[in-house]
Every structure is written in structure tokens, then in C-alpha cells.
Design a protein around this ligand. Structure first.
Ligand SMILES: [Fe+2]
Length: 308
């Protein structure tokens, strides 16, 4: 490998696999309404922790938010006496709203996302015709990550990898021997994330996925979503790099970029937009905050007609 950030991630993973104390404990909360896996990951030796891809419950008929999914995370964190240092987003999600601001109030932690969120803010700021109160500079977040950034959660090493394609801003967080890969790969029997949202690109996604697949085979891989593949009755969100390389129906070893892009483009053309794309995008590009209120003090979610 000649890729510096991948080398950093790979040696961190091998180190953690050789030393149990450098392996995080992961507890996943699965939201069946949006098929989202939120992960709480912690260092067993210090109880320092991060929350990855939290979910704010949202009822599209009434426009009401609620916190029962996020409350489950708060209860788990308190029961286990964890200290939240980070609220991490693998990307600006289009299928669920982030609960990060509410969780920050309850538990603390800095909110981090990929630096390319600025591109996503530009694209969707235009689509939703947001006014000048919406800053397109990533300032809604505490930390903007770049490929190869490293930090620690307690004694655990973290390496951040830029894995664009589904969106321009997607990041994978490699924590000890565990990789939280956002919307890139899904379970081997389900395949890969779509690449047709504004700013998405199937060729870019293939190249990001091939980078991830070059990590050590025993890397624990944690997904952002699962939809149950045909013939499987249980939701699943954990696999390994070697299982993905051997069995992923879209990108197992041997599948060429050209074949992948053709498959992905054809499949994306058949997919409906996610039910919650309008509220999700408008809220998540603002770091999980509602759009700036109208002059009556109420926030509104817009729907652009005949645009998406
Ligand atoms: Fe996504």
C-alpha cells in the first residue's frame, strides 16, 4: 500500500488486534423506523466514549420530533458510567435526523463530521434556497475531519478515512480494530450504498470501497444501515473486511470498477428517495438543528417541487 492514511489505519488495527486493551467495546442501537444503526463505542480501560450516527425520532405527518431512540442511548451511557467525548457523524444522512445536539445537551461531547460537509451545504443550500442565515462553512460542527486525521478516545487510537461517493463528505472512523464505515458497504448479502444523491458518484464510491477493503481482513466492520437481505430474518450491522471481500454481492474481489458502476447506476435508477429525505437533509446539514425560524418563531421544513 502506498496510501498514507490507510497505512496509519491498518497498523492501528493490527496493533489493536494484537492487544485486547486497544479494542473498543461497541453497543449498537438499531432504529427500525429508518433502518439505522447508531453505535456507542468505548474504551474499556477509561470509559471514554463516542456516539456515532444517532437518530432523532421524527413523525413526518405531524412534523413532531421525539427522543425515545436517543433516550435509549442516554440510559445506556449512564448505566455504564461512560464519558462521551465525541458525537460523530459519518455523513449528512438523507434518511434520518441526527439527535446530536440533544445528546450533546444530555451527555456532552464534540460534534464532528467530514470537512466536505461544506460542499454538501453548498449543494443543498441551493436546492432548498436557504437564506443567508444558513452558514455554508461547517460552523455548525465543532470539528471538521480530513483524511488521515488521528485522535484518541481514552487510550483508543482513531484514524479518520475520507470515503466519498455516497455523498462527498463521507468519512470512516477506524477506532482500535473497529471501522465505522457509514454508507459505503452494507452487509455482504445486501451490497453497497446508493450513489445517486446530489454530489454522489458511483466511480468515487467504488474507489472508496476498494480502499476500505484493503484494511486487514480481521477488522471489525460496523455499518450505518441494514435492510435485511432476501432470505435473512434478522437485522445485522457487524461484519469483517474478509467477509466483505469474499462475499459482498456488489463488490467482492474480482468485480471491476466498470461492472460496479454499471450495476450501481442501474440499481439506483430503480430506487425511490428515502421517506425522510426532506427533513433529514435540511436538519443534518445544520448539525442536527432545525432550519432558522420564520418571523413567527416557527421552523419549517421545505419541499422543493419537481426538483429532486
Ligand atoms: Fe446515508
Amino acid at each position: 500500500m502506498t496510501d498514507t492514511s490507510l497505512n496509519l489505519a491498518a497498523s492501528q488495527i493490527l496493533n489493536a488486534l494484537a492487544n485486547n486493551e486497544l479494542r473498543p467495546v461497541v453497543r449498537t442501537f438499531f432504529d427500525q423506523a429508518t433502518f439505522t444503526a447508531s453505535h456507542v463505542v468505548h474504551d474499556p480501560s477509561t470509559k471514554s466514549a463516542a456516539i456515532i450516527d444517532s437518530v432523532l425520532d421524527y413523525d413526518p405527518a405531524s412534523g413532531r420530533t421525539s427522543f425515545s431512540s436517543a433516550q435509549n442511548i442516554v440510559s445506556y451511557v449512564k448505566e455504564n458510567d461512560l464519558h462521551i467525548e465525541w458525537q460523530l457523524e459519518t455523513h449528512a444522512h438523507a434518511d434520518h435526523l441526527s439527535a446530536a445536539p440533544w445528546l450533546q445537551e444530555q451527555l456532552g461531547g464534540e460534534l464532528g463530521i467530514g470537512a466536505q460537509i461544506i460542499t454538501v451545504q453548498e449543494v443543498f443550500g441551493k436546492i432548498f434556497n436557504a437564506d443567508t442565515r444558513f452558514a455554508r462553512d461547517g460552523s455548525q460542527f465543532d470539528k471538521l475531519f480530513h483524511d488521515g486525521n488521528q485522535f484518541r478516545i481514552g487510550n483508543l487510537n482513531v484514524t479518520v478515512l475520507h470515503v466519498p461517493g455516497h455523498t462527498p463528505a463521507d468519512m470512516a472512523f477506524v477506532i482500535g480494530d473497529a471501522a465505522f464505515i457509514g454508507d459505503t458497504l452494507f452487509m455482504p448479502d445486501y451490497g453497497t450504498a446508493r450513489a445517486d444523491f446530489p454530489g454522489g458518484n458511483a466511480t468515487t464510491l467504488f474507489r472508496s470501497i476498494r480502499r476500505l477493503l484493503s484494511l486487514p481482513g480481521k477488522t471489525r466492520v460496523f455499518l450505518c444501515h441494514d435492510y435485511k437481505a432476501e432470505g435473512r430474518d434478522q437485522f445485522a450491522w457487524e461484519t469483517t473486511i474478509e467477509a466483505e471481500r469474499a462475499h459482498n454481492i456488489h463488490v467482492h474481489d474480482g468485480i471491476t470498477e466498470e461492472n460496479f458502476v454499471k450495476m450501481r447506476t442501474n440499481r439506483d435508477a430503480t430506487l425511490n428517495l428515502p421517506t425522510l429525505i426532506m427533513p433529514s437533509v435540511q436538519v443534518n446539514i445544520r448539525g442536527g438543528h432545525m432550519p432558522e425560524p420564520d418571523d413567527n418563531g416557527t421552523s419549517y421544513i421545505k419541499i422543493p417541487v419537481n426538483k429532486l
